[in-house]
Each structure stands twice: as C-alpha cells, then as structure tokens.
Ligand binder design. Structure first.
Ligand SMILES: *Cc1c(COP(=O)(O)O)cnc(C)c1O
Length: 381
C-alpha cells in the first residue's frame, strides 16, 4: 500500500481513520481480519517470531498497534504497544523507565489514580515531584529528573501546558517526556511530533468511544525505551484480549466522525451553559477566552469533548444530574452517549462540591442543549 493510503501525511484525518492499520489486501480474505483467539501458536523447532505465545504478541494487536501508530505519528516511524487499560499503559512506562534513586515529575492535577501511582513509586525509592499543569509550572522542578509526565489538557480541570516548551527544557536536562494523550486523542494532538518520547493514553475514552471496552497504549520513537515497555507488558501480563483489541480497531474507523460531532457540540454546550446564571467557572479549551485557549490553539487540532463547570451547591448539582434525560450520570468520558458526574463524589480531585465534568456525546446538539437547559431550570429548587 502506498504511504499516502497508509496515512503518510497527505491524507485527511477521516481517510486515515477509516484505513488505519489495515493489512495488504488478500483475495477472498476480509479487508479487516477478525479477532485471532489464540493462547499459543503452532511453533515447531526453534522459537522464532512474530507469534509464539499469546501473552507476548497477537496478530489482532499488531493491526491495532499499527492503526494507533499511524494516527499518533503519520510522518514518523513509531512503535506502539497496546495494553489492558490506560493505567496498564501508564504503569508500564513509569515502572519500566524509572529505578530507585531516580526523580520523576508528575502533574499535581492529573488523572486521580496518579496519586496511587505516586505512593507506589515512592515505595520503590523513586522521588516524586509534582506541579500544576497550568503556567508550565512543571518547568521549575525538572532539574536532575529522569522523566517528566505531562497531562494536557488535564483531567478534570482542563488546563493546558506548552508541550513543546516543556519537552525542550526536559531534553536539555537529559529527561525523557511522556504525554497522557487521552483527552485530546491522536486527532486532537500529536505529542510525538512536538518531541515527546512517549504518547500514552487510555483507549477506554474517546479513542474507542462506545463505553464498552477498556484499553490503553504506549506509542514511542526510541527502540530501547520501547523494548523496556514491551518487556514490562510481558512481565505483568497486562494485555488486551483479542476481542477488545478488535473492537477498538473497528471503533477507530469512526473516530474522525465522532470527534468532529462531539467536539463541535461541546463548544456549543460550553457557549450556552456559561450564559446560565447558576453556572460558574466553566472551562472548555476551545472557548476563545478560556485560560487554556492560547496554547491549546497552537498545539491542538481539536479541543476535546469534555466541558467542566460548577453549580452553586452539591444538592443543586445532584438535582441537575437527576433531572437530565439525555445525559447519563456516569464517570469516564468520550462515549457517543453524553455522560456527566459530580466529580467530588470520588474524593480525589481538588474541586468544589458542585463541580460537574460533562462528556458531550453524539446526540443532536439541539436536543442536548434543550435537555441541559431544562434540567438546569428544574434543579433550581
Ligand atoms: C481514564 C484515564 C486514564 C486511565 O485509563 P483506564 O483505561 O481507565 O485505565 C488515564 N489518564 C486519563 C487522562 C484518563 O482520563
């Protein structure tokens, strides 16, 4: 297949998404092969690759990994590894790259499970430093660090940092850089192109978009670093089942359609909700006057499907969520059905009691906006 058909930089996102990872066509074979269910593969004689045992490799992963690699870095040669979940992918990078005595810089406002990761890293003798995403505050604590972990936009606060600037500062100090690309998706931002060593994400969210599978991946340019990540996957067995991997690949075909619809509606929802007197602190990086917008507009192609805002009290937020018909009260984000939740119920994030994180789905924008406004008014109490 030609480079362009593979997504070699001249094709649009929609074209790349529908063709991502497809193998060379074979007469009478399906264009997109079905999932390969195998714990072991026929292996006479000496052990040779690529497929020997199902914890090490699987042909269904291979196609999905190629698909994600083509989206994360259309113009570069990268290696991609899929994992059982986003956390499996994140842990694989951190625990394969860091040793006792190393220092790592994490965001202080990142995904809430990072605080558990922090405790585990510290238990292994790794120094953990944290700073907020906003204002590139991680810059000030980079000296002698082995790895910088960036989450931009941050979840759930939606702050954005200047990835290129942080990468340059980290590399000048000999540190590796990993970017959590979950919220943006590879159609929203391509961290490897601005110099990051790893782009890591949960495929559970908008990448696969139907709220029915857990998945994670690591894409990276450095063969030695990726060999350690691969080894970690083998040691921990944090692998994706073939069915999940196949469903994920199938879902990527509609990624461009979904992000286009969901992200456009998210901007509309943000514009409408911010006018409502009960809503404060509304954040969406796509709003021209959002604190994240300036940097986001320089490094992102799309601004995501997540909007966050605060209602006056916990009770008002709970009444609002209960009154919605088209928005499910559920965690996670990125699915075709809108979801929202009162984030404080988890206890982890430093947000007000009335703070709502909303994920905008693929409903008709008019219906969704009407439902939100009705629920806001009905929840006035
Ligand atoms: C959900 C999420 C993760 C974890 O992914 P799982 O697939 O749930 O393990 C990591 N980072 C971010 C930003 C997330 O939103």
């Amino acid at each position: 297949m030609s480079d362009a058909a593979r997504g070699g930089g001249h094709t649009g996102d929609g074209t790349r998404a529908v063709r991502a990872g497809l193998p060379e066509p074979v007469k009478h074979e399906p264009t997109m092969p079905g999932p390969v269910f195998a714990a072991h593969f026929h292996l006479p004689g000496d052990v040779t690759g690529p497929y020997s045992y199902g914890r090490d490799d699987n042909p269904t992963w291979t196609l999905l990994e190629r698909a994600i690699g083509e989206l994360e870095a259309p113009r570069q040669d990268v290696e991609t590894l899929v994992f059982a979940s986003g956390m499996a992918a994140i842990s694989a990078v951190l625990f394969s790259q860091l040793r006792a005595g190393d220092a790592v810089v994490l965001p202080s406002d990142g995904y809430q499970v990072l605080s558990l990761v922090r405790a585990q890293l510290e238990a292994y003798g790794i120094e953990v430093r944290t700073a907020p995403t906003r204002g590139d505050a991680q810059l000030k604590i980079l000296d002698d660090a082995r790895l910088l972990w960036i989450e931009s936009p941050s979840n759930p606060g939606l702050d954005v940092c200047d990835i290129r600037r942080l990468v340059e500062a980290a590399h000048a100090r000999g540190a590796l850089v990993a970017v959590d690309n979950t919220l943006a998706t590879p159609l929203g931002q391509r961290p490897l192109e601005v110099g990051a060593d790893f782009s890591v994400a949960s495929g559970t969210k908008q990448l696969t978009g139907h709220g029915d599978i857990l998945l994670g991946y690591v894409a990276g340019r450095d063969a030695t670093a990726m060999a350690a990540v691969r080894r970690w996957r083998k040691i921990t067995g944090a692998i994706s089942g073939p069915m999940e991997a196949w469903l994920a690949h199938r879902s990527i075909a509609t990624l461009q359609l979904r992000v286009e619809r969901q992200n456009t509606t998210a901007l509309r929802v943000a514009e409408v909700l911010r006018q409502h007197p009960a809503v404060s602190g509304l954040r969406y990086p796509g709003l021209p006057d959002d604190p994240s917008h300036k940097i986001a507009s320089q490094q992102m192609f799309r601004y995501g499907c997540v909007v966050s805002f605060t209602l006056p009290t916990r009770a008002r937020a709970e009444r609002f969520l209960a009154a919605l018909h088209l928005v499910e009260d559920a965690t996670s984000f990125g699915g075709v059905r809108s979801t929202a939740e009162r984030r404080r119920r988890w206890g982890g994030d430093a947000v007000p009691e009335g703070f709502i994180r909303m994920s905008v789905g693929a409903e008709d924008p008019k219906d969704l906006v009407a439902d939100l406004l009705r629920a806001l008014d009905e929840s006035a109490g």
